[in-house]
Design a protein around this ligand. Structure first.
Ligand code: ADP
Length: 228
């Protein structure tokens, strides 16, 4: 569960990036966060990852009170979240298998578990056959699917996807969101930032719009794809 209570973020440059944000995202939801550039979307994502601290107000994620988190508890908290970035952030020197195994090793998972888990998550994103490929040998869409597999590796309750389709062929963008939707149907909460209106209209669901650091819209809309 994600809960923000009266949250403000004021940067030392003088910008009020978020103003009086009250927001609750329940377990199992799929939420699109939309808004113009500069609206505060990245700041909100950074708050949820505890990369930015609120100037005032309180932030709760996955049962952690982020205002009180310190030291190695922050690292432990972050492992309870899977993150997907616009630019994939795969390690170029490692192959697909090793990129995913890497995050499991950091989480101190035993080798036996890693050997089962990596093929499992690669199967979920239908890339088991690319396990030995380097990121640069894959298309943008495939690299993002590897990044999603990596985000799933530690079995997070929450996935944060920050413009995950931003560097992908528009046609493949739908596949990436469909994959995130599928993961959501299996029980993982997904929060996805996007500025792609067509995608949001197509899938529908809960849409939160930020404007000038405030929430100006938070509603469920029907998608064009009635199968959703
Ligand atoms: P978005 O992701 O919607 O484009 P951001 O959260 O990046 O919006 O930015 C919100 C506002 O905060 C903008 O005015 C931006 O210039 C400012 N901002 C973002 N990051 C910083 C920072 N590290 N220091 C100072 N100002 C920042």
């Amino acid at each position: 569960m994600v809960e923000l209570k009266n949250v403000n973020v004021h940067y030392s440059s003088g910008v009020d990036a978020l103003q009086d944000i009250n927001l609750r995202i329940n377990d199992g939801e799929f939420v699109f966060i939309v808004g113009e550039s500069g609206a505060g979307k990245s700041t909100l994502m950074k708050l949820l990852l505890r990369e930015v601290a609120p100037t005032s107000g309180r932030v709760f994620v996955n049962g952690y009170n982020l205002s009180k988190l310190k030291g190695n508890k922050i690292a432990k908290f972050r492992r309870s979240i899977g993150v997907v970035f616009q630019d994939f952030r795969l390690i170029q020197e490692l192959n697909v298998y090793e990129n995913i195994a890497f995050v499991l090793r950091i989480a101190d998972q035993p080798m036996k578990f890693i050997k089962q888990r990596v093929p499992y998550v690669l199967n979920l994103v239908e890339l088991a056959h690319k396990a030995r490929s380097r990121p640069k040998e894959l298309s943008g869409g495939e690299q993002q699917r590897v990044a999603i597999a990596r985000a799933l590796a530690n079995d997070p309750g929450l996935i944060i996807a920050d413009e995950p389709t931003g560097n992908i062929d528009p046609k493949l963008s739908y596949e990436i969101v469909e994959l995130l939707k599928e993961i959501n149907r299996c029980g993982t909460t997904v929060v996805m930032v996007t500025h792609e209106h067509d995608l949001v209209k197509h899938f529908g669901g809960r849409i939160i719009n930020l404007d000038g650091g405030s929430i100006t819209f938070d509603e469920n809309i029907g998608g064009q794809n009635e199968d959703e």
